[in-house]
Ligand binder design. Structure first.
Ligand SMILES: [Zn+2]
Length: 453
């Protein structure tokens, strides 16, 4: 365990040997590991043996080197769902002896049966290692009192509980759904850090003011947010940090690959990749599927390939997470790639050839606080990605604020200036848009018509 004291001459990293490798040095390590991983897939995964053979790749040698990865097919979430439905309980993508499975997580299953995510003891230890790096980057240190609001239950976020033990923090799990209990815990235990979703941080700040408690009186030093995009948006982050008088850092995971795979340091210049040696990451153009060079400012979708994973080793798994990436060394000493999640690829709207993510609109609107509350709801008139301007957006007024006749136009003008997209703003009363203690819905297609064919 790294020391709690920071030595000014040595970067304070959990795994300096791994995290200070350059991107090129890491590539050398990943290339060396790859042949064993592709052999493992052919020997143990009926799913990949069939999938690769169908693609004309019948042997590990035919799959080529790691640098040939771009020629191998992607894996989509739906394929795992189908594999599981056809070969219950875990699908033919299970690549380990079922008796070696020590835990089975699952997705929330909003559509159909949940997808199970079994892990072996080695897989679980790997997840805890990865997630420890990410939360260490996000500022958690031994001895800190950390209150978490993860709705762990059957979900992979549960593995974060093991991570807290490994990091040596004093962990106070409170769960979701009981804000009164959370507030009391923060007051009584005098927690140093809070782990929650960005939505919940915003909700909590609003709620505290409503019940007459100044958020900064809680004495929180740090808020680590995860679970949805938005924690890195400038306006949003500034608002939460000012309210609580705390530093806010982001973490991001993906259940199928690893719990908390990225974590942001105090430089707040994007989340550091924390899965080195276990997961290989690619950036692709989501429309064409072609790899994009990983360089400062590059945008695209993250694609993950397991380098070590026993139960469910995924190959080129499409995350649907759309990010902006940086690879130049960070002032914290890490040389791992950094990302900011802009949105989910499946939430992308194209408004007359302009790409717009709902969370980007929310961030521009948040700049108008306190005249607005920060809550928005986009209500497209047609289903699908492609939208004709103006895109209808409901914007909630701030507490005690009224429509002055010019605010809606000012917001629409600012969105056009920053995002080049044309929206139509409808101001709605304070508190009228739904609040979530978990993830906030920014898109509502309820009233949308079928897209013209
Ligand atoms: Zn950093």
């Amino acid at each position: 365990m790294a020391s709690q004291q920071t030595n000014s001459s040595v970067a304070d990293l959990l795994r300096p040997d791994v995290e200070t490798r350059t991107v090129d040095e890491q590539l050398v390590c990943d290339r060396a590991r790859w042949p064993e991983q592709i052999r493992y897939l052919f020997e143990n995964s009926g799913f990949y043996r069939d999938k690769l053979t169908d693609a004309g790749i019948g042997t590990p040698d035919a799959a080529g080197a790691l640098d040939d990865l771009r020629h191998l097919p992607f894996t989509e979430k739906d394929e795992l769902r189908i594999s599981q439905a056809e070969h219950p309980p875990f699908g033919i993508h299970l690549a380990a002896d079922p008796r070696s499975i020590v835990r089975v997580y699952s997705t929330s299953g909003t559509t159909g049966d949940p997808v199970y995510m079994p892990v072996t003891a080695a897989d679980l230890a790997m997840w805890i290692e990865i997630s420890s790096r990410s939360y260490y980057a996000a500022g958690l240190r031994p001895g800190m009192k950390v209150v978490s609001t993860f709705n762990a239950g059957p979900f992979v976020a549960g593995a974060s509980l093991d991570t807290m033990t490994k990091l040596g923090v004093t962990h106070i799990p409170v769960g979701t759904g009981n804000t009164a209990r959370l507030v009391r815990a923060l007051q009584l235990i005098k927690a140093d850090a809070l782990l929650c979703t960005p939505s919940y941080a915003a909700y909590l700040a609003e709620h505290l003011l409503k019940i007459g408690i100044a958020p900064d009186s809680l004495g929180l030093k740090r808020i680590c947010v995860a679970g949805e995009p938005g924690g890195g948006e400038t306006e949003f982050r500034g608002r939460i940090e000012r309210a609580f008088g705390a530093t806010m850092c982001e973490a991001m995971g993906i259940g199928d690959v690893s719990v908390s795979l990225w974590g942001e340091c105090d430089a707040q210049q994007g989340m550091h990749f924390s899965g080195r040696d276990f997961v290989h990451v690619e950036l692709i153009d989501p429309e064409t599927g072609q790899p994009k060079p990983m360089e400062d400012g590059a945008e695209g979708e993250l694609v993950y390939t397991a380098l070590r994973r026993e139960a469910v080793p995924l190959l080129r798994f499409r995350s649907r997470d759309h990010v902006r990436m940086w690879v130049s060394p960070c002032s914290c000493g890490r040389k791992t790639p950094r990302v900011r999640c802009i949105g989910r690829t499946d939430e992308l709207l194209i408004v007359r050839a302009v790409n717009v993510f709902p969370s980007a609109i929310r961030d521009v609107v948040a700049g108008f606080a306190p005249r607005v509350s920060g809550a928005i709801l986009i209500r497209p008139t047609v289903k699908g990605v492609r939208q004709e301007p103006p895109l209808p957006v409901q914007v909630e007024l701030g507490e005690g604020e009224a429509d002055d006749g010019a605010l809606a136009a000012a917001i629409a003008a600012k969105v056009r200036e920053v995002l080049i997209a044309t929206i139509k703003v409808e101001l709605v009363p304070a508190g009228s848009l739904g609040r979530s203690e978990y993830k906030t819905k920014l898109l509502d297609f309820t009233d949308a018509a079928e897209a013209p064919r």
